[in-house]
Design a protein around this ligand. Structure first.
Ligand code: ZN
Length: 388
């Protein structure tokens, strides 16, 4: 089950909220409702404060996402979690782009903080910006403290996110700055090491000061750096994978004149759900997906494959890199690709095949040397038990 609820779309980017986000609202209502003497007014205050804080977090993530879109980089979605927001963005190849995308998030909070300070000055509420006063107004759940709270929260978001450690924006800024001068993988390695040194520092400080929050951050940063390093070193391997290594070489195919029953038979007798449609001269003219087949059988059961198939088929070459093709399929929303060599069908590739190849090579990278096919392996010549 998917635990995220879609809220709205901004320029095609879906903004979702994770179900566990409700926990932090319940906590806020409890903390300001019972923790103060304000009762239900306090609960309302707490929930409002948290929702406004997360509006700032969404704007921060949109800062990353819209900058990425400007560079033509795919943005999948933005999800709000109790610990903050996550924008799923494809990693840009160009370090300068990564630099600006990483900086755009905190820059949004700088702008918000400046606007809030200006509003505070206009309302002559600037004295409320002092944290000491703030803690009092917050404890009493006074609405007058909300402006100061949001201003300080935005400043804190900027400072926290610029800590030079993955998975924080500062870690990405650091990696991008390093990658302008050196190879991407080495830059990640160095940035991850610096991040882990920062994490150790936080952990040590946390233990000395008995600050639980610092220790949690230290653990979070340590594993974030490790994950980034792993991902990049896998990507280095995966980048070398080609379509030819993951495709099925002998897929079941249909001809346009086939009746739909033939497709039903093939669906039942093979592991395939989608079928390339090949004309008598050997050229690929379409694709019959499981959806097309179902629709055809329902609406016009006596039709031929040529009528029910789709003609716009995503194509790839066997020599293309799998990561590129995967991205192309994701953008097009396609589940299947036909592999064409010399105008003829050379193979068939599904999103599932790509995932399978990545999983396999993540575990057994040495298999990279051997071309991967979906055909049954040839029986190995048996050497027989050594005698003597
Ligand atoms: Zn960010």
């Amino acid at each position: 089950m998917n635990w995220s609820i879609p809220l709205l779309r901004v320029r095609g980017i879906e903004i979702k909220v994770h179900t566990t986000f409700a926990l932090i609202l319940v906590w806020a209502a409890y903390y300001w409702g019972f923790g103060t003497d304000a009762g239900s007014r306090g609960a309302l205050f707490g929930v409002t404060a948290i929702i406004l804080l997360f509006v700032c977090v969404v704007l921060h993530e949109l800062g990353h996402a819209l900058t990425a879109q400007r560079y033509g980089i795919v943005v999948h979605d933005i999800t709000l979690l109790p610990i903050g927001g996550v924008a799923r963005i494809e990693v840009p190849e160009n370090p300068r782009e990564e630099l600006w995308i990483a900086l755009a998030g905190p820059a949004v909070n700088v702008v918000i903080a400046v606007v809030l300070i200006a509003v505070g000055a206009l309302l002559s509420a600037t004295s409320l910006l002092m944290p000491a006063d703030l803690s009092v107004t917050m404890r009493e759940a006074k609405w007058s403290g909300l402006l100061a709270y949001l201003t300080l929260a935005n400043i804190a978001l900027v400072l926290f996110n610029l800590i030079p450690a993955f998975p924080l924006d500062g870690g990405r800024v650091l990696r991008a700055l390093l990658a302008i001068r050196q190879d991407y993988r080495r830059a990640t390695e160095t940035a991850a090491r610096i991040g882990q040194a920062v994490a150790l520092g936080f952990g040590l400080l946390g233990f000395l000061a008995l600050d639980f929050f610092l220790i949690v951050i230290a653990v979070f940063v340590w594993f974030g750096a490790e994950a980034e390093r792993q991902q990049v070193s896998n990507k280095g391997t995966l980048d070398n994978l080609t379509v030819g290594q993951a495709m099925s070489r002998n897929p079941a195919v249909l001809v346009p004149e086939d009746p739909l029953e033939r497709a039903v038979e093939l669906t039942l007798s093979t592991a395939q759900a989608d079928f390339p449609v090949v004309s008598s001269d050997g050229r690929v003219v379409g694709l019959l997906s499981a959806d097309d087949l179902l629709r055809g059988v329902r609406d016009q059961p006596s039709a031929t494959v040529g009528v029910a198939m789709r003609r716009d088929v995503l194509q790839a070459a066997a020599s293309e890199q799998l990561v590129d093709v995967q991205q192309r399929a994701a953008v097009a929303g396609a589940r299947t690709l036909v592999v064409i060599e010399d105008d003829r069908l050379a193979g068939f590739l599904t999103i599932a095949d790509i995932g399978e190849a990545f999983r396999l090579f993540a575990i057994r990278p040495e298999l990279l040397a051997a071309p991967l096919t979906n055909e049954a392996p040839q029986p190995q010549q048996s050497l027989g038990p050594a005698s003597g």
